[in-house]
Ligand binder design. Structure first.
Ligand code: FAD
Length: 463
């Protein structure tokens, strides 16, 4: 293939939400970006997805929000309920949005994906469909060589594995890593049109304004929210199976309805309206010891590196953060301030603990929402009582509004974090005087401005 001279050539395997986010960020950094996608058409299956404020921040920074428009839905209120429908916690979303200065959006995956594709193309990314990567060669000196199942070949300075939980890039680097469901927990996804729900007057409380509703129950929960410009009611229904679920499954709708037979009669009525649903596995990857090849010319991101359970709505958000972070460090490689290996080292050092933290907090929220009947559930609900009085608690098991968790998870700014990590790396690696540790920057500020050139302290050539 024809290649431009002197540009950083970055290849991404996988045009999912993470891969496209990374493509946008890296193209904006000045690199030449090619995305290889296995599917014959671009798109996302499934239903809705939350774009929590940490992800919304990136959609806004890249202008993706403008493309998606009204299909990004905001909600006014979060209600946490017991399975019989009794409200036990929650509150207005505006508090979180105002504190973080970012919206909390709900969106159909297809709309999000379309927006990302559009912006990636506008930024010059070259997206190839029907291009399933079959082999990767990265150990010999020179560019990484990639071959697709259809026989097309590509070469890149850096190859990024954004190819999801079954990643061929990860299998090539780390063949022994096997994503697996840590428990028998899994989830149905389903969508019902609001127009159908509104026909039943007993459901008015659930549909009179845009809200996110969570029914918590022993070993199961249901979370619902509006998507598609408020036209569709999206549901994620957590449950357990006798055995761990490892792949997306078609389901018997009687089983589906039966799993929630003792829930709030109102949500059961909506469940009865669901025509079809699928069961999704909740596979966890890692934590891995490293995300990259020893040569730092192949690196993982998103679900390929750190798939997690869905209970904090952070899988795609974390993949987008990886992409944003990669964009910032690779910008420094394009400008010559960092080598490629340094950029990837900074990325791994910062992002690996962040992703692990998200994996753990996601488990913990699942634990909280699935608590069995008993003292622990009573304590949980009691601790949230202040929320029902309209107060903002200092600490709450409702992690979607808990101040510490909100700041750590939803307040995280991947681009600012990357800039800080780059600054700190450059400072640490700055030339220093061997005996005193004085850096060139310090000497320039205090001495070098008045010393004659030949007497200047720490002239770089002396190092
Ligand atoms: C029930 C449920 C609810 C969820 N809710 C949320 C939520 O509200 N918010 C949130 O942030 N996250 C949520 N997630 C998680 C989120 O869906 C994933 O973390 C996210 O989609 C991962 O994105 P990715 O780009 O890393 O991988 P993927 O979306 O899996 O994309 C990988 C891409 O790579 C392609 N590919 C695979 N192999 C190859 C190959 N060999 N060659 C070329 N291309 C290849 C695939 O076709 C695909 O397009 C949820 C997950 C589940 C299961």
């Amino acid at each position: 293939m024809a290649q431009k001279q002197n540009t950083l050539r970055v290849g991404l395997v996988g045009a999912g939400i993470g891969g496209l986010a990374a493509a946008i960020a890296i193209a904006r950094a000045g690199a030449d970006v090619t995305v290889l996608e296995a599917a014959q058409e671009l798109g996302e299956i499934g239903a809705g997805i939350q774009m929590t404020p940490n992800a919304a921040r990136l959609l806004r920074a890249w202008g993706v929000d403008k493309v998606i428009g009204d299909n990004l839905v905001r909600f006014e209120e979060l209600n946490l309920r017991r399975k019989d429908g009794t409200k036990v916690g929650g509150g207005p979303t505006i508090r979180v949005e105002k504190t973080l200065g970012q919206p909390w959006w709900l969106v159909h995956r297809a709309h999000l994906h379309e927006g990302l594709v559009d912006v990636a193309r506008k930024n010059g990314c070259d997206i190839h469909i029907d291009s399933r990567v079959a082999s990767i060669s990265y150990q010999t000196p020179g560019p990484v060589q990639v071959q697709t199942e259809r026989g097309a070949t590509f070469s890149f300075d850096l190859l990024i594995g954004s190819d999801g939980v079954g990643s061929i890039v990860r299998r090539t680097l780390f063949p022994s890593v096997k994503p697996s469901p840590p428990t028998t927990n899994c989830a149905y996804r389903a969508v019902v049109p609001y127009s159908q729900i509104r026909k039943d007057p007993s459901l008015v409380e659930l549909v009179s304004k845009p809200t996110m509703e969570v029914w918590m129950a022993p070993h199961a929960y249901i979370i619902t929210y509006p998507i598609s410009a408020g036209k569709d009611f999206n549901m994620v229904l957590s449950h357990h199976r006798p055995n761990p679920v490892i792949a997306v499954e078609d389901v018997d709708m009687n089983d589906f309805r039966n799993d929630y037979r003792d829930f709030d009669p109102r949500i059961r009525k909506i469940i009865d309206m669901v025509p079809t649903a699928k069961r999704w596995p909740l596979l966890v990857t890692g934590p891995l010891d490293t995300w990259s090849s020893p040569q730092k010319n192949v690196v993982l991101m998103g679900d390929a590196a750190h798939s997690m359970v869905n209970h904090m709505a952070q899988g795609a958000a974390t993949a987008m953060e990886d992409g944003a972070f990669l964009g910032r460090v690779l910008r420094e490689t394009v400008s010559g301030r960092l080598s490629l290996a340094e950029a990837i080292t900074i990325y791994e050092k910062s992002r690996m603990p962040k992703a692990y933290f998200k994996q753990q907090v996601s488990f913990l929220n699942g634990y909280i929402w699935h608590l069995p009947e008993g003292q622990a559930a009573i304590n949980r609900d009691k601790a949230m009582e202040v929320e029902l009085k309209g107060e903002q608690p200092m600490r709450t098991p409702n992690l979607y509004v808990d101040p510490t968790t909100v700041l750590e998870v939803y307040g995280y700014d991947a681009e600012a974090d990357a800039d800080e990590a780059i600054r700190s790396f450059l400072e640490q690696h700055e030339s220093k005087d061997e005996s005193t540790g004085i850096t060139k920057k310090e000497a320039d500020k205090i001495l070098n401005w008045f010393l004659p050139e030949e007497e200047r302290f720490l002239i770089p050539s002396k190092f």
